[in-house]
Write a protein that binds this ligand. Structure first.
Ligand code: NAD
Length: 499
């Protein structure tokens, strides 16, 4: 067990600056209007730094820098870009512990996750796109003796990227790595709740990129995100956040006829078929862990398995077992490597979750576990903690249909395969899903029948760089990760040549 010291205190592995400006053109640039906002750690509820409050003017300054860098960066060879991306990966890896603690302090998530998942996955994403960009090829077709059709990939130019607060560094990486590999320059806006860890990351890696290739402007949604997403000087907007915000982003982009990729909300079903209790201990153990994953990252995951659907014939025994299992999920100081779930990312998010817990109770759902704020003492008293909560109810209830984004799972029964699929698909969303069964026919058919971009079978919450990720229905447009992501950051040039 290791308990990391709070950043900035004696023995800490990293320290934040007390003030962060925007990162533009390779330099720290004060906001045009000179205003700053406070950044709070959800671990204790205390302010730990202030951050430049960006507006449309700052976005223009960043776009000037990005456009100045665009031609040179777009003309670098894929080999050069690949080397730079690999250097970024190496630098992150060398500083893994510092960045993991920085992310935990800014977001409140458990350091065991940032050490083992968030930051190593960020490293892997840079390495993956450093590799695939070298393997990507154009095409040449001989149409007849006199005509050749070439297809070339070209960068889009300057792209806008807007990200949420639940995986600040990983979400930035998912967007930056393919955009840079494809030869684009970027203006990125972090979420106002968690700007600091990305700025700290650029303290460490900024020198590896030519000035202006990545620019970070901090600020709030309408004040800073909108002037970026609606700006005629960007060639694409990539957005991750709520479905309601995604609708606005599409409207802005439509004014400029530019492409969007949207990674939006979810209400992911996790299906447990009756055979799961009949197999060996290792499988049964894995299945119970798969249920308890609703609490991972404090439930602040777009693919949080927030609806558990359990076959009627095993319902009571299964729920008894997984409730006991969930009680063993340790909650406490996020900087303690023994802690499995930490603090919710903001006070607003804490209040939203508690209000949904009230809604569930009012709807008549039964609280099987939790159902309240977690009161942790000492310096954690002012932090934002929620007890993992299990509700039993019906799929029509609001707690089954609306994204809570907290450690709350809503559990219902299903009778047979068709009922399971019907309930799983009875949602606006289509991002993630889980299927638990060792019967190949059941698992395969369920995996195909669920309307979601990612269906895990006999596992959950695994995010390899080379697996496409994205939503059906109101969960988004386009895919992230995988080779196919490169094309979301490229133009196709067709050269049709006659001799
Ligand atoms: P949000 O939509 O409130 O904010 C996301 C970002 O958009 C922030 O940077 C915010 O400042 C900005 N923004 C807000 N209003 C804007 C506007 N009018 N114009 C431009 N930018 C604006 O979302 P959130 O609360 O930060 O994040 C949680 C949501 O993100 C959840 O719905 C979750 O499911 C989703 N999410 C999806 C994925 C995915 O891959 N599908 C991954 C992570 C999170």
């Amino acid at each position: 067990m290791t308990v990391y010291a709070n950043p900035g205190t004696e023995g800490a592995v990293m320290n934040y600056r007390s003030r962060y400006d925007h990162y533009i053109g390779g330099e720290w640039v004060a906001p045009v209007k000179g205003q700053y906002f406070e950044n709070v750690t959800p671990i204790t509820g205390q302010v730990f730094c202030e951050v430049g409050r960006g507006t449309a003017e700052d976005i223009e300054v960043a776009l000037d820098a990005a456009h100045a860098a665009k031609d040179a960066w777009g003309k670098t060879s894929v080999a050069e870009r690949s080397v730079i991306l690999n250097r970024i990966a190496d630098r992150i890896e060398e500083n893994l512990e510092k960045i993991a603690v920085a992310e935990t302090w800014d977001n409140g998530k458990a350091v065991r996750e940032t050490l083992a998942a968030d930051i190593p996955l960020a490293v892997d994403h840079f390495r993956y796109f450093a590799g695939v960009i070298r393997a990507q090829e154009g095409t040449l077709s001989q149409l007849d003796d006199n005509t050749t059709a070439y297809h070339f990939h070209e960068p889009l130019g300057v792209v806008g990227q807007i990200i949420p607060w639940n995986f600040p560094i990983l979400m930035a990486t998912w967007k930056l790595a393919p955009a840079l590999a494809a030869g684009n320059c970027v203006v990125l806006k972090p979420a106002e709740q968690t700007p600091a860890s990305i700025l700290y990351l650029f303290e460490l890696i900024g020198d590896l990129l030519p000035p202006g290739v990545v620019n970070i402007v901090n600020g709030f949604g309408v004040e800073c995100g909108k002037p970026l997403a609606s700006n005629p000087r960007i060639a694409k907007v990539a957005f991750t956040g709520e479905t309601t915000t995604g609708r606005l982003i599409m409207q802005y982009a439509s004014q400029n006829i530019i492409p969007v990729t949207l990674e939006l909300g979810g209400k992911s079903p996790n299906l447990f078929f009756e055979d799961v209790m009949q197999h060996d201990d290792a499988y049964w153990n894995k299945t119970q862990e798969g249920f308890a994953m609703f609490a991972l990252n404090q439930g602040e995951v777009c693919t949080c398995p927030s609806r558990a659907l359990i076959q009627e014939s095993i319902y009571d025994d299964f729920l008894d077992a997984v409730t006991e299992r969930t009680k063993r999920v340790t909650q406490g100081n996020p900087l303690d490597t023994d802690t499995m779930i930490g603090a919710q990312a903001s006070n607003d998010q804490l209040e939203k979750i508690l209000s949904y817990i009230d809604i569930g109770k009012q709807e008549g759902a039964k609280v099987r576990l939790g159902g309240s704020r977690a009161e942790l003492g000492g310096e954690l008293e002012g932090g934002y903690y929620v007890n993992p909560t299990i509700f039993e109810g019906q799929n029509k209830m609001r707690i089954f249909q609306e994204e809570i984004f907290g450690p709350v799972v809503s559990v219902a029964k299903f009778t047979d395969f068709d009922d399971a699929i019907s309930q799983a698909n009875d949602t606006l969303y289509g991002l993630g899903a889980g299927v638990w069964s060792r019967l190949q026919n059941t698992a395969y058919r369920a995996g195909r029948a669920i309307q979601a971009g990612r269906v895990w079978v006999n596992q959950y919450h695994v995010y390899p760089a080379h697996s496409a990720f994205g939503g059906y229905k109101s969960s988004g447009i386009g895919r992230e990760n995988h080779l196919m992501m490169l094309e979301h950051y490229q133009q196709t040039k067709n050269l049709l040549v006659s001799y």
